[in-house]
Design a protein around this ligand. Structure first.
Ligand SMILES: NC(=O)c1ccc[n+]([C@@H]2O[C@H](COP(=O)([O-])OP(=O)(O)OC[C@H]3O[C@@H](n4cnc5c(N)ncnc54)[C@H](OP(=O)(O)O)[C@@H]3O)[C@@H](O)[C@H]2O)c1
Length: 252
């Protein structure tokens, strides 16, 4: 992706940006001019590599460790980011994920559901509560949830993940209604299968045969959609779910 000045001066926080989609989203936001907080929980070297990729391309980024499912760590994270970049956060991308186990209903427990809700409901709520005061003062902000096409597909043996991702859709719409009057937009990007490091060696052949555009996605496909939703080019778009999956599903 080439560089631009669309997000010049903005401060963005991308959760789970040490690898996978988060790394590419962070890089794309930085290439558009944003100062990017690269969040991670465990993989410090990978997070530093994301920062190195961004800064060696002339962008602005810094790595911040925090478990985004922990209330105390989230409020400390936001304080550190805002102190480091000297301003309040303009763009929040809720991207981080923990393990996503495939489990039948019989194998599932309330805890396996809670594990997914921790990432896709609790963490976005904690983060939003911490960034909203700054966004409300500025009367501007963009919150972007990374959802999934699984909400439309309803994959079997995956109900804890599917349920938690579906909750993000409700959150997107309710928050958009509540925050619109404050100039804050809330949208969701729903990726199809986008192979990242954790999918190495897995064949995409069967999946892509069913995709109208005939391929799996690339991380840049998601990153481009996030930059659009973060920028004023989407200034009249809120409460929307944008599927980025080559037409594998329609609507949410
Ligand atoms: N890739 C796909 O095909 C696909 C499809 C649909 C939706 N999605 C969604 O896209 C998002 C990114 O997926 P991905 O495939 O890029 O995942 P990934 O490669 O597994 O990366 C997950 C990221 O989350 C971080 N993380 C894990 N636990 C954390 C915690 N407690 N606090 C903060 N960060 C934490 C990891 O960093 P550390 O190791 O440093 O903790 C890592 O940077 C997820 O929401 C996923 O559900 C992905």
């Amino acid at each position: 992706m080439g560089s631009s000045t669309r997000l010049e001066g903005k401060i963005a926080l991308v959760t789970g940006a040490s690898r996978g989609l988060g790394r590419h989203i962070a890089a794309a936001l930085a290439a558009a001019g944003a100062n990017v907080a690269v969040n991670y929980a465990y993989s410090v070297q990978d997070a530093e590599e994301t920062v190195r990729l961004i800064t060696s391309a002339g962008g602005s980024a810094f790595a911040f460790r925090a478990d985004i499912t922990s209330e105390g760590e989230v409020s400390e994270l936001i304080e550190r980011v805002e102190k480091h970049f000297g301003g309040s956060i303009d763009i929040l991308v809720n991207n981080a994920t923990g393990p996503q186990p495939m489990l039948s209903i019989e194998e599932s427990t309330w805890q396996t559901y809670l594990d997914q809700l921790d990432f896709f409901v609790k963490a976005p709520l904690l983060l939003a509560k911490a960034v909203l005061p700054g966004m409300k003062v500025k009367r501007e902000g963009s919150i972007i949830h990374i959802g999934s096409e699984v909400v439309q597909i309803g994959n079997a043996n995956f109900s804890s993940y599917v349920t938690a991702k579906a909750s993000m859709v409700g959150m997107t719409r309710s928050w958009a209604s509540e925050l619109g009057p404050h100039g804050i937009r809330v949208n969701l990007v729903a990726p199809g299968w986008i192979p990242v490091e954790r999918h190495e060696g897995v064949s995409t052949e069967g999946y892509q045969a069913g995709v109208p555009l005939g391929r799996v996605g690339e991380p840049a496909d998601i990153a481009n959609a996030v930059v659009f939703l973060a920028s004023s080019e989407s200034g009249f778009v809120t409460g929307q779910c944008l599927s980025v999956n080559g037409g594998n599903t329609f609507g949410i």
